[in-house]
Write a protein of this length. Structure first.
Length: 143
């Protein structure tokens, strides 16, 4: 698939993000209300809040997936780490090879130099993520 863009979530993504996030909750069988999604969206849109989000969209602007993350200080390394909270690809977009399209994407300035948190070590890889290739920007990240 061509034309995939990974972008910071913006107000225009709200309706599509809402559907994706509801799908993410359903996948994990977590009860989630519109009020809960309103709260999370408010966090994402608040530049001062720690929760950030990316949306993957196709050339037509259709949202295909989302990622929520939080930068955090790593005092021992005198750097910034990144905690990936949520990662979801719409069922209809799975198998469309979205990941290879993301290899050349630019890393957001706030994500540069992030390290994988100790909590993420030993995590199970979801079936839709297997076979994904690491972007050149992410190579060398410490796990």
């Amino acid at each position: 698939m061509t034309g995939i863009r990974i972008l910071p979530a913006a107000p225009r993504h709200r309706a599509a993000w809402d559907g994706l996030y509801a799908g993410y909750a359903a996948f994990y069988r977590v009860a989630q209300t519109l009020a809960m999604r309103d709260t999370v969206w408010g966090w994402i849109m608040d530049p001062a809040h720690e929760v950030k989000a990316f949306v993957a969209e196709d050339a037509a602007g259709r949202a295909l997936g989302l990622a929520h993350y939080r930068p955090f200080a790593r005092p021992l390394a005198a750097g910034v780490g990144g905690y990936l909270d949520d990662l979801f690809v719409a069922p209809e977009a799975r198998g469309m090879q979205v990941a290879p399209e993301a290899r050349g994407m630019q890393v957001a300035p706030e994500a540069r130099g992030m390290q994988v948190s100790p909590e993420a070590r030993g995590m199970q890889v979801s079936p839709e993520a297997r076979g994904m290739q690491v972007s050149p920007e992410a190579r060398g990240m410490q796990v």
